[in-house]
Design a protein around this ligand. Structure first.
Ligand code: CP3
Length: 355
């Protein structure tokens, strides 16, 4: 550790002192930090241009392209953090699971995991399996300066939902059939995924990520008792595995109003909230000692600037009493969004919250 490096690991002091990381640590901030889930991607013409002719998963394995795509929204929107460009299925592909990302569909798995024998598809992940991640993060930390880089992974439940269903699913019928019908196989599957996810997050942190987000996008499909019994042990295992690095751990899912307390309890420092629960109520559900992230309804961005500002004001007002607030959308940027509206939104939050 040198003089311009922070106590919490590899990052430069200017990064450690950034508004985003301060808000995650519930320290006073110069302005409310902003970033957007899926800020890189199809809403940006410059993204469509560099991705032309390159399949999604292949683009995730080219370090220079990953670095360029990750930087695009930082340059354009003046967001307070970058998120590493990848996908939640990349570590599964890296250990040899036969899957692809189909345009307009999402991840599709060739041989769904439904029996004990199928578990053999899930071997341990080594740093060499994802050497391109280490390379890309090396390029990125050099380019980003003080702007923090968020690493991420899919949470065990959400990964399991793709692996068991074989693709995207509305009702998660095969997943729930396994969870309720063979609890031991289910627990073993989630534990395997927790190991893989932990290894993947460690690679990102050791390469220079300043925070990590665990996406449990589809876990809102579960009741709290089932979450506690069948999912929380695996997610807790992931958070515990990276606790020693001292980087903030963010935990996000959609439709998780009834799970917010448990998702914090699983080991998050920051709990992501979708647009269905106002942040002051979310803070009551999560309890003290955690920051919150969110939670403008993404679809508001399709409306007028005045309406966007009014709805943003509501989010900021609900967040006024929080210990730490990271502004975000309640879910990801949609491909059809006007990127200029996102740039204006960042500027609006920054000016409204300047102290
Ligand atoms: C559930 C989930 C997936 N992937 C991810 C999640 C969790 C986040 C969430 O809840 O939205 C995570 C993810 N996937 C991607 C990112 C990029 C980083 C960022 O936020 O900027 C992140 C954080 C890139 C991507 N991942 C994907 C794209 C689109 C593919 C493309 O650009 O060709 C991008 C930019 C593909 C993907 N991958 C997945 C879906 C549902 C899709 C969309 C399918 C489609 O509509 O075409 C699975």
């Amino acid at each position: 550790m040198s003089a311009n490096h922070s106590p919490a690991g590899q990052q430069p002091t200017a990064t450690y002192e950034s508004a985003f990381l301060k808000a995650c640590r519930r320290e006073p901030v110069p302005h409310t930090p902003v970033w957007f889930m899926r800020q890189a991607g199809r809403s940006l013409p410059e993204y469509l241009k560099v991705r032309e002719g390159i399949p999604m998963l292949e683009s995730c394995m080219r370090p220079e392209l990953v670095a360029e795509i990750t930087l695009q929204p930082v340059r354009r929107h003046n967001v307070d953090a970058a998120i590493y460009f990848s996908d939640i299925v990349v570590p599964l592909k890296a250990i040899g699971v036969d899957l692809d990302i189909k345009p307009g569909v999402g991840p599709v798995v060739q041989n769904p995991i439904r029996t004990r024998a199928d578990l053999a598809q899930l071997r341990d992940l080594t740093p060499e399996d994802v050497h391109y991640v280490t390379e890309a993060i090396g390029l990125l930390t050099a380019e980003l300066g003080p702007t923090p880089l968020i690493g991420f992974a899919g949470a065990p439940f959400t990964l399991a939902s793709y692996l068991v269903e074989g693709g995207p699913s509305k009702n998660h019928e095969h997943t729930k059939a396994l969870m309720y019908g063979d609890p031991q196989l289910w627990a073993d599957l989630l534990d395997r995924l927790a190991e893989i996810t932990s290894a993947f997050l460690k690679v990102q942190i050791e390469a220079g990520a300043s925070a990590v987000q665990l996406f449990d996008s589809w876990v809102g499909a579960l009741a709290p008792a089932d979450y506690r019994r069948s999912v929380m042990p695996a997610s807790t295992k992931v958070f515990d595995a990276v606790a020693g690095y001292g980087v903030p751990r963010i935990h996000f899912g959609v439709g998780t109003g009834e799970l917010l307390g448990l998702m914090g309890e699983a080991g998050a420092d920051v709990v992501g909230v979708d647009w269905r629960v106002p942040l002051d109520e979310a803070a009551r559900r999560v309890g003290p000692g955690k920051a919150l992230q969110g939670n403008l309804d993404p679809a508001v961005l399709f409306s007028s600037t005045e309406a966007v500002e009014a709805k943003t004001r509501e989010v900021l007002d609900a967040a006024a009493g929080l210990e730490g607030h990271v502004f975000n959308l309640g879910h990801g940027v949609l491909p059809s969004m006007n990127p200029d509206a996102l740039t204006r939104l960042v500027e609006y939050v920054h000016t409204q919250t300047a102290r």
